[in-house]
Design a protein. Structure first.
Lengths: 213, 213
C-alpha cells in the first residue's frame, strides 16, 4: 500500500489525489524507469528548465555535465523542481471529455549539492554506467583525473517528492456506454531495438541494458 | 538546413551549439513526437513544474485541465519555461566519458494565454483528439457546454523556442579505438502495443494513432 502522506505541502497532489503515492519504492521505480528528467530552476528571478539525463543511487537523484556549464552552476544556487514523466498509454473514451492517458510521473523539490570529492564523483559516474549497463564499468578504458575534473556531478535527495500515476481503463459516463465508437486503451511500448555496432568497434559483445526486454 | 539563429538570448544553446536548431519545422516535429511536456513556472517567487499532456495547433502549444486547477491558473500569471524531451538511444563508448544519449528536445519560453471563447476552446480540443486519432472527433458523443465550461485550455506561441538533438554514433578518443569493449548505439523504439478494448465497448474499430507504426 503506497504511503499516502505528502512530505510537504508543495508536494501534495491536489488534483486526483487517488493517483498519488509518496513512498520511496514507488518514486524510485518511476525515476529508474526513465533516463531523462526536466530540471526547473531560477536565475535572477526568471524561470528556466532543462532536460537532462538523470540516474539514481540510493536516496539521491544525480545529474552531470561539463564543469564549464553555467546551467549546472545555477542549479546549485537555486531551489529546483524536477519532473520525470513516462507516457504509458492512450485512453480512448466515447466522449472527448473522458479521453485520458496512462502515465507515471514524479515531482521532486529541493536543492542540488555538488559532488566534489574525486572518489565520490567516480563512484557516482560508476553508478550511472552500471545502472544502465550492469558490469560495464570495469570493462571500459579507465576514467582519468582530467575527465573527472572536467565533469560536474550534482545530487539531490529524493526526500521531498511525490508520484502520480494512472494505470486503468476507460471511465465513461453511464449514459455514453452504448455510444458506437471503440473505447479502450492503446498502450505505448518502449524497448531497445537492434544495436548498431560502431564500424571501428573491435571487441566485446553487445551489453544488455536495464531497458532490454 | 535548420535555422541557426536563436530568437532570444535565453533560448540560445551554449553547450554543443552544433546540436541546436531554431526553425519551426524542426521544433514542431519534436513537439508532435511527444505527448507529455514539463511546464516550469513560478508562484510567489518559488519554482514549480508539472508534467502534462500537450498538443500543437499551428504555431501554438496547448495544454488543458480542470477549470478548478490552481496550477492552470498560475500558469497564465507567470512566465513559463516548457521542455519536451525524447530519449532515442543509448550511446556506448570505450570510455565512460564518451557515453552519451541520442535525443530530441525543445525548450519554449513565454506566457500562456487562456482560450476562453467556447468555439475556440472546442476547436482546440478537437485538434487534441484529431491530432492523436485522425477522424475520431466526429464519431464521439458530442461535447456539451458543461464539459466545455469545466475545461480550461491554455496556449503559448512556439515563437521563443529552441531545439537540441543528438543523432549520431560514438565519438571516442583516437587512443581508445582499439579498446576491446563493444561500442555502438542501442536505440529506443517506442510504438503502440496491442489495443485493449474496454469490456463494455460495443462499437467501432480500433482507431490508428499518430504513433501507430
Amino acid at each position: 500500500m503506497p504511503r499516502s502522506t505528502a512530505p510537504s505541502s508543495r508536494t501534495r497532489v491536489c488534483r486526483k489525489p487517488e493517483r498519488a503515492a509518496y513512498d520511496a519504492e514507488t518514486i524510485n521505480a518511476i525515476v529508474d524507469a526513465a533516463v531523462i528528467c526536466s530540471v526547473a530552476f531560477q536565475i535572477d528571478g526568471g524561470v528556466h528548465a532543462i532536460p537532462t539525463i538523470h540516474w539514481r543511487d540510493g536516496g539521491y537523484l544525480y545529474v552531470h555535465g561539463a564543469k564549464a556549464s553555467r546551467m549546472l552552476k545555477a542549479l546549485t544556487e537555486s531551489e529546483v523542481c524536477i519532473t520525470v514523466a513516462l507516457a504509458d498509454g492512450l485512453v480512448l473514451a466515447r466522449s472527448a471529455m473522458h479521453h485520458s492517458m496512462n502515465y507515471r510521473s514524479v515531482v521532486i523539490y529541493g536543492q542540488f549539492e555538488s559532488v566534489n570529492q574525486p572518489a565520490e564523483k567516480e563512484r557516482a559516474l560508476r553508478a550511472l554506467i552500471e545502472g544502465l549497463y550492469p558490469g560495464r564499468w570495469d570493462t571500459l578504458r579507465p576514467i582519468n583525473d582530467k575527465e573527472l575534473n572536467a565533469t560536474s556531478v550534482l545530487r539531490i535527495p529524493l526526500a521531498e517528492a511525490s508520484s502520480k500515476a494512472r494505470d486503468s481503463g476507460v471511465k465513461d459516463d453511464d449514459d455514453d456506454l452504448d455510444w458506437p465508437v471503440w473505447a479502450g486503451v492503446i498502450p505505448f511500448n518502449t524497448a531497445t531495438g537492434t544495436p548498431r555496432r560502431e564500424n571501428d568497434s573491435v571487441g566485446g559483445t553487445v551489453p544488455s541494458t536495464r531497458f532490454t526486454l
